[in-house]
Design a protein around this ligand. Structure first.
Ligand SMILES: CC(C)(COP(=O)(O)OP(=O)(O)OC[C@H]1O[C@@H](n2cnc3c(N)ncnc32)[C@H](O)[C@@H]1OP(=O)(O)O)[C@@H](O)C(=O)NCCC(=O)NCCS
Length: 335
């Protein structure tokens, strides 16, 4: 049932740490080359944190920018949704850490952990809560610190070259549906039979103790990926969820003004673009600069695309994600 309210993006923000890491820098730790990485992934640089910096620290900077861009004081946020697969600590989640840093007193902080789809899962929840009138100023953040958890030896080089640190944020609030703007559709999916095709095994509550010296020696505390399988499934699933969103909204591919795929790998993004038949003027990618920032990738791209004037008021923005879980998702936003 179409309600009276929709959810609008009131502002965007992003933050990446200042340290730029090139492919040649990685080649100092592992057997790889700039050519191999650029050809297979499109990634030229990524950002890494230095010192003791957690996902909530990156999120804080992105959140402040989203607040400024929306003209909203952090004290008037009434819900935080924080998507990350790399929380500062085992528990509590990074949401409460961000809540404390922002001084957003007593408000709820919901942690979402759906990896590369975390931002879109969070967007879907925020949209539902705003449309029912329960919350008016929802800060949704996706933030990751990957660099402290990657295997920089040859054993982990297939995964390590892909990921980077960064955070993106959006401020969301209600808009009258009459305005014909805001989030039109979200669609979420998962298939846990592929959980181990892209996963981080330990520390694990299934084991006692959760992490042993042997497990560390075997590298079981590092992410593992069945890269070829993930590639194929990402290229199949993202176009499918885009088609599903368009059908639900009664729109066509030609109606999309800007498409942003989760920045997993430029070859995946290009293959998805090709399947959808979108020309370059309708697609935004920035993985070349930041690598795969997982839950941060879509809000970072939204922020940059908006800042570069690629998203116009009233334009139809389509976003899609795919990642560990598997989880995949899509959304259509009338900006
Ligand atoms: C990871 C990925 C780039 C690897 O590309 P690929 O074409 O599948 O490469 P392969 O796995 O066939 O590996 C080819 C060779 O390169 C080697 N290799 C792996 N990583 C390497 C690196 N960083 N540098 C150099 N060589 C590397 C492999 O060991 C393999 O060597 P071998 O032939 O001697 O066994 C690709 O599978 C991929 O992008 N998958 C999807 C990943 C992704 O997007 N994940 C996130 C989703 S959210």
């Amino acid at each position: 049932m179409e309600g009276r309210m929709r959810t609008k993006v009131l502002g965007t923000g992003m933050y990446v740490p200042p340290k730029v890491v090139t492919n040649d820098d990685l080649a100092k730790f592992m057997t790889t080359t700039d050519d191999w990485i650029v050809e297979r992934t499109g990634i030229k640089t990524r950002r890494y944190t230095e010192g003791e910096v957690g996902a909530s620290d990156l999120a804080y900077e992105a959140a402040l920018q989203a607040c400024r861009s929306a003209g909203i004081e952090p004290s008037s946020i009434d819900l935080i949704i924080f998507a990350t697969l790399s929380p500062d600590y085992g528990f509590p989640g990074s949401g409460v850490l961000l809540q404390a840093k922002l001084g957003a007193k007593d408000i709820p902080a919901l942690d979402v952990r759906n990896q590369c789809s975390g931002f879109l899962y969070g967007l879907s929840v925020a949209d539902a809560l705003i449309r029912t009138g329960q919350y008016q100023r929802v800060l949704l953040v996706g933030a990751e610190v990957h660099s402290t958890g990657l295997d920089f030896s040859d054993r982990g080089r297939d995964v390590a070259v892909l990921f980077g640190d960064g955070a993106g944020a959006v401020m969301l609030g209600p808009v009258d549906a009459e305005e014909k703007r805001g989030i039109l559709v979200t669609r979420l999916h998962s298939d846990g039979s592929h959980a181990k095709d892209l996963w981080l095994e330990a520390p694990a509550s299934r084991y006692s103790p959760r992490l042993t010296k042997e497990m560390i020696d075997e590298g079981r505390h590092y992410p593992k990926m069945n890269g070829k399988r993930v590639f194929v499934d990402a290229v199949r699933s993202m176009p499918a969820v885009v088609e599903e969103c368009l059908a639900a909204a009664g729109l066509n591919i030609a109606d999309i003004d800007l498409f942003i795929a989760h920045q997993a790998n430029l070859r995946i993004c290009n293959a998805v673009q090709e399947r959808l038949g979108l020309d370059d003027t309708k697609v935004f990618n920035n993985i070349q600069k930041y690598g795969n920032t997982t839950a941060g990738s879509i809000p970072i791209a939204l922020h940059e695309a908006a800042a570069e004037g690629r998203i116009k008021k009233g334009g139809l923005v389509c976003v899609a994600s795919f990642g560990s879980g598997y989880t995949w998702a899509g959304a259509l936003i009338r900006w």
